[in-house]
Write a protein that binds this ligand. Sequence first.
Ligand SMILES: CC(C)(COP(=O)(O)OP(=O)(O)OC[C@H]1O[C@@H](n2cnc3c(N)ncnc32)[C@H](O)[C@@H]1OP(=O)(O)O)[C@@H](O)C(=O)NCCC(=O)NCCS
Length: 195
Amino acid sequence: MTDDGGPAQEERRRPFGPWYQFPELEEWDLTPRPCSASVVSLIRPMELTDANILGNVHGGEIMKLVDTAGGLGASKHCGGPVVTVAMDEMTFLEPVYVGELVTVKAMVNETGRTSMEVGVRVEAENVRTGRRVHTSSAYVVYVALDRDGKPRPVPPVVPETDEERQRQREAKLRRAARLARKEAILKARAARGED
Ligand SMILES: CC(C)(COP(=O)(O)OP(=O)(O)OC[C@H]1O[C@@H](n2cnc3c(N)ncnc32)[C@H](O)[C@@H]1OP(=O)(O)O)[C@@H](O)C(=O)NCCC(=O)NCCS
């Protein structure tokens, strides 16, 4: 498709930003959406520049891909820009090797008022043998921002399969644990007169 500069091309060129150029999106669409509508898959070959001093892929490179895929999933769900507020249970189950093809899949598990928990799974494939292994998983929380950079409401997510319902139930437990931990720390600091 050639870039004719028409409205469709213009819309494609600017997914989200600069955000202020979308006055028609002043009212957020809060219609509930299925988990499946937020699915994102990123596929990237691992290169020498992704390696750590052992010669394997650096964990930080994987974390960046996880955050990128998770952020895109959250943006897809809420239809706007998001920021990462928390990442937990990031696991590294197997090393990833230079030359492997990494697939990062993300999907929104659960929504709060302004936040979304995204589940992310990383797999590495040896392109010669076709062997594919699950190397990492993570749960990342994103907050949707309005035009002024303040948290804004997001549409509720609707699980449609048993697996998605299970993910939502477990996400609720993680959310309660995160918020309880944050509150306990703030309370303890306040009791000691600390910031
Ligand atoms: C994300 C941010 C806007 C939230 O601001 P805030 O003042 O804490 O806002 P609120 O208290 O209204 O919380 C907003 C949401 O974040 C959630 N949240 C806040 N702290 C959290 C934490 N530690 N863990 C999980 N969720 C958290 C709240 O539960 C709330 O979600 P809900 O509306 O679904 O209940 C602010 O912390 C920020 O700008 N952080 C920096 C983000 C950033 O730069 N990320 C890295 C680059 S993308």
